[in-house]
Design a protein around this ligand. Structure first.
Ligand code: UDP
Ligand code: MN
Length: 342
């Protein structure tokens, strides 16, 4: 190689490296902004903190750079444990579209937690179906049982992040990876999105007389997906591992996602960080703008009535072929996929 070309190459690599490092250092020094979206009058001081990428990317305090510490290298996909809650009756209705789309981008780290042995789907997922032996009914106990198994499975893994989703979620895998890259898994993080506008208030059933009364806490909606850092999961271990998650759910008589919020926010006093890009079908999907799809982390779908669906608004495949719109969404996000029209 001519030496001038070599020098030019060397200096551009150096410049790129320097730019990258300063961006990383710059980003790391901005703490999670104290801005809340899901607030209700009077609850401001208790509202969970909201995370916005703009605040991290365009910080307002230049002096932040002076106290720079290195940002951990962005999370890589293989460091994430993705669990999807499903049930026998839904396998053939809900899993095929997932397997055709986003599962292809995270085959190694995605596991399906169900309640039966299903040879067909065991094959289709390369052995990634886990029979939790929990009951296959949609009651609190069965759902807490599944979450309990998911949590224990994560603890046994060597992954840095635990992310839970429902089987009617579409996960924008590269976007999830990018999100987690902004946080240090060695710090305690509970990332997700509440679906109620005020913290949940419940009657405290704890036995200590001093603790009687109401307790209130935020929780991330399970149907939108949420993530926990390993540091947080380790803190939860004495309370929630080895099936204890299920017992807490039983004690407070609340669903799995609420139980998660109770353990993290109420028992451990670790706040939920709101990430607005998680979406459950409790939100009207049609209001998500197409020009923001790349930035959203999860999507979902549901049926409003016999002939009306709550789905993402996007052109593409015929609604008979693609009733959930996930195929069309996938092709919008990842047009190079073989099944996408060219
Ligand atoms: N689910 C389950 N057991 C059941 C019914 C549902 O594990 O008996 C799971 C289902 O696979 C999904 C989640 O629970 O991941 C939520 O179920 P669904 O979407 O039917 O109800 P939703 O609560 O969203 O209305
Ligand atoms: Mn659902």
């Amino acid at each position: 190689m001519p030496s001038r070309l070599k020098r030019l190459l060397q200096s551009s690599v150096l410049l790129a490296a320097l730019t990258y490092t300063s961006v990383l250092v710059y980003q790391r020094n901005v703490s999670v902004p104290d801005i809340s979206t899901n607030q209700v009058e009077g609850w401001h001081e208790r509202a969970p903190q909201s995370w916005r990428e703009e605040d991290v990317a365009a910080p307002t305090a230049p002096e932040a750079r002076l106290t720079a510490t290195a940002k951990p290298p962005g999370t890589r996909l293989h460091e994430i444990f993705i669990s999807v809650k499903t049930t026998s009756n839904y396998h053939k209705w809900r899993l095929p579209v997932i397997l055709k789309t986003w599962f292809q981008l995270a085959k190694q780290q995605t596991w399906f937690f169900t309640d039966s042995d299903d040879e067909e789907f065991q094959k289709k997922t390369n052995g990634h179906m886990v029979n939790t032996n929990c009951s296959s009914s949609h009651n609190r106990k069965a759902l807490c049982c599944k979450m309990s198994v998911e949590f224990d499975f994560f603890l046994e893994s060597d992954k840095k992040w635990f992310c839970h989703f429902d089987d009617d979620n579409f996960v924008n895998v590269p976007r999830l990876e990018r999100l987690l890259g902004e946080f240090n898994s060695q710090e305690e993080w509970y990332l997700g999105k509440p679906s109620i506008r005020a913290p949940l208030e419940i009657l405290n059933r704890e036995t200590k007389p001093l603790n009687k009364g109401n307790v209130s806490f935020w929780f991330a909606t399970g149907g939108a997906g949420f993530c926990l850092s390993r540091a947080l999961a380790l803190k939860m271990m004495p309370l929630a591992s080895g099936g204890k998650f299920m017992s807490i759910g039983e004690k407070i008589r609340l669903p799995d996602d609420v139980t998660m919020g109770y353990i993290i926010e109420h028992l451990l006093k670790k706040p939920l960080t709101v990430v607005d890009q998680f979406h459950s079908h409790l939100e009207p999907m049609k209001f998500l703008r197409q020009d923001t799809f790349h930035d959203q982390i999860t999507f979902s779908y549901s049926r409003y009535s016999k002939d009306e669906m709550n789905v993402v608004k996007i052109d593409g495949f015929n609604t008979r072929v693609d009733p959930t719109r996930f195929l069309s969404l996938h092709c919008f996000l990842f047009p190079y996929f073989p099944f996408c029209p060219r």
